[in-house]
Design a protein around this ligand. Structure first.
Ligand SMILES: Nc1ncnc2c1ncn2[C@@H]1O[C@H](COP(=O)(O)OP(=O)(O)OP(=O)(O)O)[C@@H](O)[C@H]1O
Ligand code: SF4
Ligand SMILES: [Mg+2]
Length: 334
């Protein structure tokens, strides 16, 4: 069953020549209980995609379906009810917590609004949610007294309390140390056991790679690759994904000797490449291809099947199932 289906999502901020096209025709489908990681550099459109998919900031164009519901057609009341099943953990958890409320009060309020619980039943639900996130002993603390990791776990506890069909967690591990990261991610992915699907938005490819059923790579407002999580590093990737992998490998203590860091990235990555491929100014594959890269300049590449479960948007991707000669991928060390 598909819990989320987005097609052709576009989002523009502002008008006229200064408008920013943050999404440029994004398709995303998420199945029940699936964990999908959305990765890409700063400004690639990850947060905008999460907010558009959950109608927190609706898309300018394109279709969104929550199961068989079209959120655009729901009455305000029906939309509020449907939101119980589609939860967003914001990139900035601090702004989404009320400084005057204790953790328990936050969770009781969620139990009241989304589950219609009152009194002892709401308290039980709140304490259960806090206990699952190892936060019960902090139940009476206000946000100012919590560590960064505790605040993030609190926002995840709040999102999971209404037993949603999907949570979109936007950079849930940013700024956390390794042990707390693992704890936070573990708790989100445990939600999968309860059939909650998860979209994990992150810069941190290395952290989500072992957890994700599928990796979606965004660049410049578009999806440039989709690949099964288990195949990351063992397939021929889009040149941008390859650069992200090289960066992650380079940062690993056991990274390959001689591996160079990626090219520095600017906001929105490459230039505004007109109809051509936005990655062209940074693309080593196009640079090596000479005249064969003319199509990269002329039109933007559509996503197309590259291997089972994998789609890549690159004119010069090798034919499906056949790696580039001499460039057979090195399996990622597990
Ligand atoms: N409210 C807004 N008004 C104007 N431009 C915006 C707004 N929100 C996002 N943008 C622009 O849209 C583009 C995509 O932003 P978005 O926040 O989705 O990127 P991101 O991939 O989540 O980046 P980060 O990794 O830094 O969180 C950026 O160029 C950003 O400046
Ligand atoms: S389409 Fe061309 S510029 Fe774009 S990623 Fe592929 S080779 Fe590079
Ligand atoms: Mg973001």
């Amino acid at each position: 069953m598909t819990v989320l289906a987005c097609s052709g999502l576009e989002k523009r901020f502002g008008h006229g020549p200064r408008a920013v096209a943050a999404l440029r025709g994004v398709d995303l489908a998420v199945g029940a209980g699936e964990v999908v990681a959305v990765v890409g550099e700063s400004g690639s459109g990850k947060t905008t995609l999460g907010k558009a998919a959950l109608f927190v900031d609706p898309p300018t164009a394109g279709e969104v379906r929550w199961g068989d519901l079209d959120p655009r057609r729901l009455s305000p009341r029906a939309l509020r009810e449907a939101r119980r099943r589609y939860q967003l953990v914001y990139q900035n958890p601090f702004a989404s917590l009320n400084p005057g409320l204790t953790l328990r009060e936050h969770l009781v309020e969620t139990a009241r609004v989304h589950l219609g619980l009152r009194g002892a039943a709401a308290l039980d639900a709140a304490d259960g949610a806090l206990a699952r996130m190892s936060l019960l002993r902090r139940a009476d603390a206000r946000p100012a007294a919590l560590s960064g990791g505790e605040k993030r776990r609190a926002t995840v506890a709040r999102a999971l309390l209404p037993r949603p069909d999907l949570i979109v967690a936007d950079e849930p591990t940013s700024g956390l140390d390794a042990a707390v990261k693992t704890e936070v991610l573990g708790s989100i992915v445990a939600a999968r056991d309860a059939r909650t699907a998860v979209v994990l938005i992150t810069h941190d490819l290395e952290v989500v790679r072992p957890l994700a059923d599928r990796l979606v790579v965004m660049y410049h407002g578009r999806v440039v690759e989709e690949v099964p999580g288990g195949d990351v590093g063992a397939r021929d990737h889009h040149p941008y994904t390859a650069a992200l992998l090289a960066a992650a490998r380079w940062e690993r203590p056991d990274g390959p000797a001689g591996c160079t860091p990626p090219a520095p990235s600017g906001r929105m990555g490459g230039g505004e490449a007109g109809d051509g491929c936005a990655f062209l100014p940074r693309c080593p594959r196009a640079a090596a291809a000479g005249d064969a890269a003319r199509s990269c300049l002329d039109r933007h590449p559509e996503l197309r099947a590259a291997a089972p479960g994998q789609r890549v948007a690159c004119h010069l991707a090798p034919p499906a199932g056949r790696p580039e000669r001499g460039k057979e991928p090195t399996p990622w060390p597990r």
